[in-house]
Design a protein around this ligand. Structure first.
Ligand SMILES: [Zn+2]
Ligand SMILES: [Zn+2]
Length: 380
């Protein structure tokens, strides 16, 4: 039953362009779902304040206009849901928006009162997950439509559900993973006193210099971590999951094995957390790296032959994912291509793009199958 409904929703979302035009109810249904999701997130923020970990959000919750805004959001999602149900022969989009808006109303709607909750003991971070997802989606989905590299590719392309699931899960686990990564850096901070001189020096630098240095040092750690995962056959099994995406867009970058994410964050956050950077520099870096990771995978045109020599642009990282032999084991840097130039792995042919993306081996599709893949994969 549930599966049938999900299949209907998927079919409706992936409807051909002809069935999405003005008056077809597709956009009403789609934005009805987006608004119902945002509205439900805002209701949850009011109902379970303990689940939310960003103190900045208290200001928004306390703002007098917040509840009217929740009310307006839910009303708009109801309106769009009804419009879509009216206009559209297929009802999956409208029905989903309606059920989500109803769910948010049952949770308490705009008049919801805070509930006592147990202490979860971990950072749940539902707010980060909602804010990050909506902001990234709202930024890149329209950009990819306006300036597509591959104009025939749609948001609801092949395997978009898998990549959205990766995106949701890793956004949700951001705080948990950061929390785990605090353990090794906490050890370094208390036991490695010889770094104190460096820490004092770094914390005295101007903010922008600290920020650039933080980017460079994390990218240096990332470069060798990344290269190791390409070199060691057992580790490649994990990283092959990331490279298995056959289409590049802002969602594709989220496809990464859970174990690789935890290890990658642990390694790259070490210089960030142990070398005396100001907290605001660390926060700004964490915020930037999310947008940047989506950007380098995004389906965006623009050759950037000059800029791409100094800062990683989409075409630079697209070559890292290329199916062609000339792109294999090239461009490991994620911020500064100079690292690839220094270590001999730079490949950025002027104005040229790869023909396709992916790996020669057959990586299974589906989240669970991909989590198992490194352990069952036959090594050549
Ligand atoms: Zn790679
Ligand atoms: Zn990538």
């Amino acid at each position: 039953m549930q599966r049938t409904f999900w299949d209907n929703l998927k079919r409706d979302l992936e409807a051909p362009i002809e069935a999405r035009g003005f008056g077809s109810g597709w956009f009403a249904g789609f934005f009805g779902i987006v608004l119902a999701f945002v509205g439900a997130g805002m209701v949850a923020a009011l109902r379970w304040p303990d689940w939310f970990s960003m103190p900045e959000l208290d200001v928004i919750r306390a703002w007098g206009g917040f509840r009217p805004l929740v009310h307006a959001t839910l009303l708009a999602s109801y309106g769009l849901a009804l419009l879509s149900l009216l206009l559209r022969p297929r009802k999956a989009l409208g029905a989903t928006a309606l059920v989500m808006a109803l769910g948010a109303t049952i949770l308490g709607g705009a008049a919801v009162q805070p509930q006592e909750t147990r202490d979860w003991g971990v950072f749940f971070g539902i707010d980060f997950f909602v804010v990050n997802m909506v902001a990234t989606g709202l930024m890149f989905a329209p950009l990819e439509r306006l300036f597509p590299r591959n104009g025939g590719q749609r948001l609801f392309r092949q395997e978009w559900r898998e990549d959205l699931f990766y995106f949701l899960l890793s956004s949700m686990l951001v705080q948990l993973i950061t929390f785990l990564a605090l353990a090794p850096s906490g050890y370094v901070n208390t036991h490695w006193g010889w770094l104190n001189g460096t820490r004092t020096a770094i914390s005295g630098l101007p903010w922008l210099v600290q920020f650039a240095l933080a980017m460079l040092l994390t990218d240096l750690a990332q470069y060798w971590f990344h290269r190791l995962f390409h070199r060691v056959p057992f580790l490649w099994g994990f990283h092959a999951v990331h490279h298995s995406a056959k289409a590049m867009d802002w969602l594709a970058g989220a496809r990464m094995h859970f174990i690789e994410i935890v290890l990658l964050r642990g390694v790259t956050s070490l210089p960030l957390l142990t070398l005396g950077f100001l907290p605001s520099v660390m926060q700004a870096y964490v915020g930037l790296v999310y947008v940047y990771a989506s950007l380098v995978h995004a389906n965006l045109r623009g050759d950037f032959n000059g800029l791409g020599k100094w800062l990683v642009v989409p075409r630079f990282h697209h070559w890292h994912h290329a199916i062609e032999a000339e792109g294999v084991d090239k461009n490991f840097a994620i911020h500064f291509p100079i690292l690839d130039r220094i270590f001999g792995t730079y490949y950025f042919p002027e104005g040229k793009w790869p023909q396709g993306f992916g790996v020669p081996e057959q990586v299974p599709s589906g989240y669970l199958a991909q989590m198992k893949y490194p352990f069952v994969r036959k090594q050549a």
